[in-house]
Design a protein around this ligand. Structure first.
Ligand SMILES: Cc1cc2nc3c(=O)[nH]c(=O)nc-3n(C[C@H](O)[C@H](O)[C@H](O)COP(=O)(O)O)c2cc1C
Length: 342
């Protein structure tokens, strides 16, 4: 099977994919989320210009291990030849695919014409993708927003362009750049694009439960569902969504073992982080995973007052040990990480 065939097959077996999130989906978290059944993982966005200088920081962002496969490296940039060269390095490093970020709304990226700004210049997008696809044998995928603003939504055109340029899939975050993280992702629009698209489409935005993930998949006919923030509030979302999608029941006694979950996370983090970063990560993830459970506010307070990593681990294991199969409250109305690079 071709490398493109392999990647699409992974999606067919399991259509639920962890969305790239800068500062979060790093080496350790990707390894962890593959263990928790995200079907594919992607790095956070990496600058093609940074790659040219091969800075240590950039190479670290791009590092992965075998357990993460299929793993993609996400690039951003506006210069076609620089992006093509960066894609070649991604291929040399052995990644399974290269993803391009056309969704980032952040001014620093957009000002240069990269990220979501490329949605305003489809001829340049076509040239850039054409050069990238020509330069590598691995699949090239893209991640976009629905358009620059509500007057210029053009995901239909982008999907057609992507098909013509030989792109393997288009992931659509269902908001415009102008919306940033406000409002709700427009899944009706994603469904419209999917209905006409000749290229596989992944839908993305505001999926917070496994039930929602399965429902959106069925309602819109998309080929896959990208889940970002929902996986931070509920790291079992992939295990549960996959079970539901296969017609199985969610077995909370097995699937919701937060104690094991947190121990697994601590183990992967310890392999990849120094003591200082380990402390930050252990607190951050524990605080997110506690969302919607009784006592979360007090737990977070104690976490951030703790003096050592051992204390953080003790507190977290005590809290998560008590959760058992308690229902998580619906916190979808609360604002949560309302900013990012896509
Ligand atoms: C903190 C944060 C960082 C993000 N970084 C990236 C990124 O590096 N590349 C990207 O394509 N999208 C990035 N995104 C966007 C997410 O991939 C996703 O499109 C968005 O969060 C909507 O999906 P969700 O509602 O499931 O979180 C980021 C989002 C957040 C919250």
């Amino acid at each position: 099977m071709s490398s493109r065939g392999h990647l699409l097959e992974a999606l067919k077996q399991n259509p639920f994919v962890l969305a790239p999130m800068a500062g979060i989906t790093d080496h350790a978290f990707r390894t962890f989320m593959r263990q928790k059944l995200s079907s594919v993982v992607v790095t956070e966005l990496v600058s093609a210009a940074g790659i040219e200088h091969k800075s240590e920081r950039t190479l670290k962002l791009m590092s992965f291990d075998e357990s993460q496969r299929p793993v993609g490296i996400q690039l951003f940039g506006e210069d076609p030849s620089q992006m093509a060269k960066a894609a070649q390095l991604v291929e040399e490093m052995g990644a399974d695919f290269v993803d391009v970020n056309f969704g980032c709304p952040v001014p620093k990226v957009v000002k240069k014409g990269a990220g979501s700004a490329m949605l305003k210049d489809l001829p340049l997008m076509g040239k850039l993708l054409g050069e990238m696809v020509k330069s590598v044998k691995i699949p090239v995928t893209i991640k976009i927003r629905t358009g620059w603003d509500s007057q210029s939504r053009n995901a239909h055109e982008v999907a057609e362009l992507a098909y013509n340029e030989g792109i393997t899939w288009v992931a659509i975050h269902g908001r415009t750049r102008a919306q940033n993280y406000t409002g709700l992702a427009d899944w009706d629009y994603i469904a419209e694009v999917k209905a006409k698209s000749k290229v596989p489409i992944l839908g993305n935005g505001d999926i917070l439960s496994p039930q929602q993930a399965v429902l959106r998949l069925a309602q819109t006919g998309v080929d896959g569902i990208l889940i970002g923030r929902g996986a931070l509030k509920n790291p079992f979302i992939f295990v549960d969504a996959l079970a539901l999608w296969k017609g199985e029941k969610i077995d909370k006694s097995i699937n919701r073992d937060y104690f094991k979950l947190y121990t697994d996370l601590a183990q992967v983090l310890a392999l990849h982080c120094d003591e200082h970063i380990l402390g930050i990560q252990l607190k951050k993830f524990a605080a997110w995973f506690a969302t919607g459970y009784a006592g979360a506010a007090q737990f977070r307070k104690s976490l951030f007052q703790s003096k050592s990593n051992a204390e953080v681990l003790d507190l977290a294991l005590e809290f998560f040990g008590k959760i058992g199969s308690i229902e998580q409250e619906d916190t979808s109305q609360e604002e949560f990480l309302m900013g990012g690079h896509g």
